[in-house]
Design a protein around this ligand. Structure first.
Ligand code: HEC
Length: 105
């Protein structure tokens, strides 16, 4: 029950972001919440956190890659890709996540 309440809280947050800031750059704070919910089971989403799945690069590593580009990561997250489950992220959620990842350098 607790989980589903939190889940709906996130949906509400996403909806709020969608309505209020359609084309504005990602919100890293919201991205952190999304990452905790959806990405942390595989990726180390912040420094000092052990990697959950060895194959999945920590977000800090992704952010430090040469040529890292927040908008490319956001676009990447909208496409299904091997080894990661299809996440069905909204455009806003993807840019929030990308903004959060960018902050992990
Ligand atoms: C089921 C495990 C799993 C989950 C959940 C997952 N990932 Fe991944 N992710 C991976 C793996 C494994 C790779 C490496 C893919 C490869 O090397 O082909 C990867 C790769 C990536 C990359 C590309 C890294 C690069 O080297 O360019 C990004 C960005 C990324 N994940 C972001 C996310 C975000 C954001 C979430 C949450 C919304 C997420 N992932 C959830 C397993 C996962």
């Amino acid at each position: 029950m607790k989980v589903s309440i939190q889940f709906f809280g996130i949906l509400a947050a996403i909806a709020a972001v969608t309505v209020t800031s359609a084309a504005i750059a990602g919100d890293a704070g919201n991205g952190k919440q999304l990452a905790e919910r959806w990405c942390q089971s595989c990726h180390a989403i912040s420094a000092n956190q052990p990697m959950a799945v060895t194959e999945a690069p920590p977000f800090a590593t992704i952010a430090r890659k040469p040529g890292f580009d927040e908008s490319k990561v956001a676009a990447f997250l909208l496409e299904p890709h091997p080894k990661m489950p299809p996440l069905g992220l909204s455009r806003e959620a993807a840019s929030d996540l990308a903004a959060f990842i960018a902050g992990q350098k």
